[in-house]
Design a protein around this ligand. Structure first.
Ligand SMILES: Cc1cc2nc3c(=O)[nH]c(=O)nc-3n(C[C@H](O)[C@H](O)[C@H](O)COP(=O)(O)OP(=O)(O)OC[C@H]3O[C@@H](n4cnc5c(N)ncnc54)[C@H](O)[C@@H]3O)c2cc1C
Length: 436
């Protein structure tokens, strides 16, 4: 009987942003790959649908025409900033202005449904002769055979024999559990809920997203994001330890907040929900773990690369895929995919995300103490100049350098002084009018 096993030098498991970006970058270097996904596209994925400046740059690097193609321009919404609301209702507008993106002539931020984004990217991959796409193939097990790996699919027992797998199948990957010895007990993760609406007053076609810190969510947050075609994404992201500690039901909280919050109840008064809310999780990205080994590399959420503070993981998914491709290219001629040959990937990928990981780690005491977080947010949202300071930190190449500079501390002292003076003046005015 003829052996039905598929043979491929590289198999990429998962066609989300990490997997498809890896396949397309390999193809750009002349390296073929097989890209498999359990879903048949277009498929949705719980996400805030916010493409940060880093994602926009990744797409531009892949193909400078991609962002101008009709498939993209018809589906996306340019987002120029976010209005941030503290617990006490104080708010300010944080503009999205990445100097690197402006210099490249591209947007600093985009809102787009993952249903569209992932499908556009997969469609692009399908057209490339060096990328073979297989949809509806759920890889269930991986075992060592000879010098490589044998993958078997769940329902139809499809078998794929390969020299290297790029594991890009997202959060909570069973394959990662089979391949690594991560300490899952010691896992820090978060979860989220996403819902879509039409007819959201003042935001459906706006270029400004909104983010709300809410008592109901403790140190979590709710984001409202225009994602093109008049659709708005509402998304909650929260640490799992906080959600469990305060027994927060995300579906109930979503419904209650949209109906009662002073700003949101007006926006959503006539909103029409599109489908049911969807939930998902993500690793916080504050831990360092082995992300390569004999015949495998982990990229994107499967590698646990996220941004603990903002939940933005698409940029890290694409950037980790880009680093993986560099390492595959280095070892391609010799077909050396041993753990030793791939080990440098771990160093490079963790160096790339060092700043975000350190910030996430340092913010942990604040993110696990809701009262402290609430006080800090309410105070800092009241400072004039807070928007420029946050913008400076958000786009800084080296955040530590900004934080260590005397100018930064001087501007903080000035902001606090001005706030104290404003409060003092208003107290005197009140006293004056009470005495009159
Ligand atoms: C609530 C929430 C909000 C978020 N908001 C944002 C945001 O606004 N901006 C941002 O940048 N990031 C956001 N993120 C993070 C972002 O969604 C992820 O970082 C990103 O999707 C990671 O991409 P990926 O390709 O690694 O994995 P995924 O996008 O999860 O893709 C994995 C793919 O693998 C496939 N797959 C899974 N298992 C198998 C298998 N066994 N065999 C074959 N295929 C398989 C799946 O079908 C899927 O297509 C958010 C995450 C959550 C949970």
């Amino acid at each position: 009987m003829k052996d039905a096993t598929i043979h491929t030098p590289i198999c990429i498991i998962g066609a989300g942003p990490a997997g498809t970006y890896a396949a397309l970058n390999l193809a750009k270097q002349g390296i073929p790959s097989l890209l498999v996904d359990k879903a048949v596209f277009p498929r949705d994925k719980a996400c805030g649908e916010s493409l940060t400046s880093g994602v926009v740059r990744c797409l531009h690097r892949l193909d400078a025409t991609l962002l101008q193609q009709p498939a993209f321009t018809k589906s996306r919404q340019v987002v120029n900033g976010v209005r941030l609301y503290a617990f006490n209702g104080r708010n300010f507008l944080l503009p999205f202005r990445s100097e690197a993106n402006i210099a490249a002539g591209i947007e600093s931020s985009i809102g787009i449904r993952r249903l569209d984004l992932d499908n556009i990217l997969l469609d692009y991959a399908r057209k490339h002769p060096l990328v073979q796409v297989m949809e509806g193939v759920h890889i269930q097990s991986v075992e060592r055979v000879g010098g490589g790996l044998l993958l078997t699919s769940k329902d139809d027992g499809k078998r794929i024999q390969t020299e290297l797998i790029v594991v890009a199948n997202g959060y909570n990957s069973r394959l990662v559990k089979q391949l690594t010895e991560w300490d899952w007990e010691d896992e820090t993760d978060a979860c989220g809920l996403t819902a879509f609406y039409r007819n959201v007053e003042g935001i459906s076609d706006s270029d400004t997203a909104e983010a709300f810190l809410l008592d109901e969510l403790k140190t979590g947050a709710m984001y409202v994001m225009p994602v093109g075609k008049g659709v708005v994404n509402v998304n909650i992201a929260i640490r799992n330890d906080i959600r469990k500690r305060y027994d927060i039901n995300l579906r109930e909280t979503l419904a209650e907040v949209l109906a009662t919050h002073p700003v949101l109840k007006q926006r959503f008064a006539n909103a029409q929900p599109l489908g049911k809310p969807m939930g998902s999780g993500y690793h916080l990205g504050t831990k360092k773990r082995p992300v390569s080994g004999d015949n495998f590399l982990l990229v994107g959420d499967a590698g646990g690369f996220n941004d603990a503070l903002t939940a933005n993981g698409i940029a890290h998914a694409m950037e980790s895929a880009e680093i993986a491709v560099r390492h595959i290219l280095k070892n391609w001629e010799a077909r050396q995919f041993t753990a030793a040959a791939l080990r440098q990937f771990d160093k490079d990928v963790y160096r790339k995300f060092r700043q975000k990981r350190q910030l996430g780690f340092m913010a942990t005491p604040m993110m696990t103490h809701p009262r402290l977080f609430r006080r800090f947010a309410n105070l800092s949202f009241g400072l004039s100049g807070g928007s420029e300071t946050l913008g400076k930190l958000m786009y800084a190449k080296n955040v530590w350098r900004v934080l260590a500079s005397p100018g930064f501390h001087w501007s903080l002292v000035k902001m606090i002084w001005e706030k104290a003076m404003t409060e003092l003046r208003s107290k005197f005015q009140k006293l004056g009018s009470a005495g009159a």
